[in-house]
Design a protein around this ligand. Structure first.
Ligand SMILES: Nc1nc2c(ncn2[C@@H]2O[C@H](COP(=O)(O)OP(=O)(O)OP(=O)(O)O)[C@@H](O)[C@H]2O)c(=O)[nH]1
Ligand SMILES: [Mg+2]
Length: 471
């Protein structure tokens, strides 16, 4: 006997609210505002071809093949003046980004001409798109799901090869596949539970005891835990790792910052207490975005300005994802060094011993993995970079880049996990299966929300408003 689980769940899925504004034909300048070689003005909706037809007299867009590009002149239909020579791309519904008719007008990239083309579209019946509205339409029209829409934004914001690759995988549907595979498993369990509830008299229905349910639900829970654990790496890959360089004065913190940035960003002198404020800079270490923060050297001091700087150093330690504690190879470990070693123990940290070009005086304690470097001779820097990648948990990131990497997706998956955990506890407590089914259905519902199924309009508006105009 087969049953269609989607029928059982018909009430809890697919309740997208369609925007009444979806019927408008929208337009926007899709290229950055400013002077350039070309500008692209995009128009999407059922009237797109007819509106552009009023201005582009060379050809009738309704008769053109889809996904073709055409040269011609664009006119002001009030004054009959030529506005620009343009190239026009025609993409016919439903095979377009928004699934609607789309025209992209490539005009010359002057500020005035671009605005003039936009103005002509507006006066001929198009409406100015809201930020992200093209992508919103792609989502609402079922062209992409919410995780793919988020990947488009990630792609625009990507700053490293790794984050771009991650966004590309997300856009091609890797996160959707991951979530869908979880959904398939949960729906399979729900299906069996429902059959047991509704058709207990059927002989060919596997009797679903708590003992049968327990390992299946447990293994699904484990799978979700693994995805959540990996998501931390995803966030780091996408947003970068906040790395504070700390230590007592004169150990070479600013020299390390400058060397990593390949720039004289922070002042370096042999006067202890040179750095007074946080100095920040970003670098790309083998695909990982490193947000470096050089800090004031930590010591006991009566200098008011320096004390304020040191307070900021402690805050930087607390806020950092990774702390690089710097020691000086050419001097004895001081009380300040030892206190800092204790303080960073609870943080994700690396201990760097700098100035190895000088005679050794330091007595290293414990069995920590020290990274030995000299900024003067530029030795050990590659080891430091590898240690950073390892501590960030991304040293083998090239293997698989399917990570949940935004808070919305992660929060929803955590909620789904709680719900599944409730189901598991009910199974362990031998609760009736129909009660267990409620938690399972809730898990399914939350997984759906990751993909944007039954999201509230509020979430959708909030999400798409973060896009730039014309996207
Ligand atoms: N021999 C040697 N000297 C170094 C090395 N790294 C830094 N120095 C010197 O150590 C001194 C202090 O360097 P900084 O980078 O300013 O040290 P800091 O930790 O930022 O010091 P504060 O800002 O005072 O906390 C400078 O004179 C540097 O030239 C190194 O690898 N070898
Ligand atoms: Mg300094």
């Amino acid at each position: 006997m087969t049953i269609n689980c989607d029928n059982i769940l018909v009430d809890i899925i697919n309740n997208k609210g369609y925007d009444s504004m979806m019927n408008d034909t929208i337009c926007a300048i899709s290229t950055p505002y400013g002077e350039g070689a070309i500008s692209i003005i995009r128009i999407s909706g059922s009237s797109a071809f007819n509106i552009v037809n009023k201005l582009f007299l060379s050809k009738d867009l309704n008769k053109l093949r889809t996904h073709t590009m055409h040269y011609g002149k664009l006119f002001d239909n009030k004054t009959n003046e030529i506005i620009d020579e343009v190239m026009i791309s025609v993409m016919r519904a439903p095979k377009s980004f928004t699934t609607e008719d789309i025209v992209e007008i490539n005009c010359h990239g002057g500020l005035y001409v671009t605005k003039k083309v936009l103005e002509l579209l507006l006066t001929n019946g198009a409406r100015l798109a809201e930020p992200g509205e093209f992508t919103k339409r792609a989502f609402l029209n079922g062209r992409i799901d919410l995780t793919q829409a988020e990947s488009i934004m990630d792609m625009i914001n990507a700053k490293t090869a790794a984050s771009l690759k991650m966004a590309n995988q997300g856009l091609s549907g890797s996160i959707s596949k991951l979530i869908t595979s979880l959904k398939d498993k949960i729906i399979d369990i729900i299906g069996k539970v429902e059959v047991n509830i509704d058709y207990p008299e059927y002989d060919d229905v596997e009797v679903l005891t708590h003992e049968v349910l327990k390992p299946t639900v447990f293994s699904l829970l484990k799978q979700i835990d693994e995805i959540l654990e990996k998501s931390q790496t995803g966030i780091i890959m996408k947003e970068g790792i906040k790395t504070a360089i700390v230590g007592r004065p004169n150990v070479g913190k600013s020299s390390i910052l400058n060397l990593l940035l390949d720039e004289d960003k922070a002042i370096v002198t042999d006067i202890a207490g040179t750095t007074r404020d946080l100095v920040e800079g970003n670098i790309n270490v083998k695909g990982l975005l490193l947000k470096l923060i050089d800090t004031a050297g930590i010591r006991n001091t009566s200098d008011t300005v320096e004390r304020i700087g040191i307070k900021k150093s402690y805050t930087a330690i607390n806020d950092a994802d990774l702390v690089i504690l710097v020691l000086d190879y050419s001097s004895d470990l001081t009380k300040d060094d030892k206190e800092l070693m204790k303080r960073v123990k609870t943080k994700n940290h690396i201990i760097v011993v700098n100035k190895v070009d000088l005679p050794k005086k330091i007595q290293l304690i414990g069995n920590s993995n020290y990274v030995m470097i000299s900024t003067n001779e530029e030795t050990g820097i590659e080891n430091l970079k590898s240690a950073i990648l390892e501590k960030a948990g991304v040293s083998d990131y090239k293997k698989d880049l399917t990570y949940l990497s935004n808070i919305r997706q992660i929060t929803k998956l955590k909620e789904a996990r709680y719900s599944l955990k409730d189901a598991l506890e009910s199974i362990r407590d031998s609760m009736p299966v129909d009660l267990i089914s409620i938690d399972l259905q809730n898990t399914y519902y939350l997984l759906n929300e990751i993909l944007g199924i039954q999201s509230t309009d509020l979430i959708i508006d909030e999400l798409f408003s973060r896009f730039c105009l014309g996207k």
